[in-house]
Design a protein around this ligand. Sequence first.
Ligand code: NAD
Length: 298
Amino acid sequence: MTSEAAMKIGFLGLGNMGAPMAANLAKAGHAVTGYDVAGTPAKGVKSVVTALEATAGQDVVITMLPNGQVLRAVYDEIVGHGAAGALFIDCSTVDVGSAQYAHGRAREASLASLDAPVSGGIAGAAAGTLTFMVGGEVDAYQRAEPLFDVMGQKVVHCGGAGTGQSAKICNNMILGISMIGVCEAFALADRLKLDRRKMFDVVSTSSGFCWSLNNYCPAPGVGPTSPSDNDYKPGFAAELMLKDLLLAQAAAESVEAATPLGAAATEFYQAFVEHGGRGRDFSAVLPRLTEMKRGDQP
Ligand code: NAD
């Protein structure tokens, strides 16, 4: 990278995702200052002890926070404290309303902003291979593109403010529904005495193929290596899937969209998380379903 392209970046939220993302920006030659309320460090990133110190004078301010409530509180505190003309990018997964709120705060301060949630998990954050789905003005998107290229391998500009979050929750609603569908099929196959490998061989090359089966098979020892081969250690934890399904339901309610299977998947993961699923990969629905009998509640 040329020195002209190096940016001053404030990074707030150095958790499982934020710390490796910030470290990758630093490694690429950007001057990154980081803040996390828990005091977590990130490699190559200058740590500071307040949100305002991480924001003051920066060209770009990136947030990677747990939820919309925290995002709103952080934006209330920091917007207006970057350099004049700073760009604010939120990469957290939050409800569309909170994303709009964050854009609104930035707009009031005449600052450019993007919602840019990610897919690809902790491994993708560490490897710099995330997918970014981005909502906001074209100019802001173009300014941020070099940073997305460092932290990810695919970036899609989805449209105006909030559309990045919309894309994220639509994707994850499909994922939650499809994972339950694949697990139900394996549990049915077991009872029908159909070998799991045979089922995989057929379905992975037939019309039932999908990412949940082909790339992340919930049956141990079948298909590519996945969390099922590691005793269902996450991966993508069931409670994070539940969070995204709840966001999708909140969004669906706000626009009166019919999502009957999204609603059923949300109820299913709610029960699963409350009854032993917390801390397990979201594909651990398969052992739960194999224990259940017709009519049982998850
Ligand atoms: P995490 O809990 O590991 O990290 C969140 C960090 O934010 C924590 O370190 C916490 O201390 C910090 N924080 C909380 N309040 C703060 C504040 N007021 N100021 C500064 N820092 C604060 O979560 P994560 O796994 O890194 O996920 C971050 C976001 O990315 C979430 O919105 C999550 O839904 C989304 N996401 C996670 C994954 C994944 O696989 N983990 C994948 C895609 C998207």
